[in-house]
Design a protein around this ligand. Structure first.
Ligand SMILES: [Zn+2]
Ligand SMILES: [Zn+2]
Length: 153
């Protein structure tokens, strides 16, 4: 998103725009951006400073860090803020890099498809959200079996 400073009236201007996520080059293997980036901001010019504040939002497709399932989640920063000096009142300011950075910083480090996702069994790959597997069970059985055979000796 670009803002032409001399098009901003005193008292500011409201922008509500949607821009294609590709424009922000955000997609990467664990985060897919199929939806547009929604930008709803107030832009003001106050004593040679451009001030932008408002909400950024979109929908992200993520991969759960525990069970590796893909899921989508609404993402929003309702507290987006940007300002920069305007040496020339006719400058055009490109907000793309700042918006991109804001979204990247807001991404979860360990995405979870749900709170308390149980993850996958390391041994057999069973998704523990859908039930238990035999692995834990058989480990216990084996221990009892060994104890039994010790007693017999
Ligand atoms: Zn999960
Ligand atoms: Zn298992």
């Amino acid at each position: 998103m670009k803002v032409q400073a001399d098009k901003i009236p005193s008292g500011g201007r409201r922008f509500e725009v949607e821009e294609a996520a590709e424009h922000y080059e955000l997609s990467h293997q664990d985060f897919l951006f199929n939806d547009p980036i929604r930008i709803a901001v107030n832009v003001e010019v106050v004593s040679a400073t451009l001030i932008v504040s408002g909400t950024l939002s979109t929908k992200i497709q993520l991969r759960c860090s525990r069970c590796l399932k893909d899921f989508s989640e609404d993402w929003a920063n309702t507290d987006y803020h940007f300002d920069c000096a305007l040496p020339d009142p006719h400058d055009t300011i490109d907000l793309t890099d700042d918006i991109r950075e804001d979204i990247i910083l807001g991404l979860p480090v360990k995405p979870l498809c749900r709170e308390g996702c149980k993850g996958l069994c390391q041994a057999c790959g069973k998704d523990w959200n859908t039930g238990t597997c035999k692995c834990e069970q058989s480990k216990t059985d084996l221990r009892w079996y060994r104890l039994d055979s010790l007693n017999k000796e």
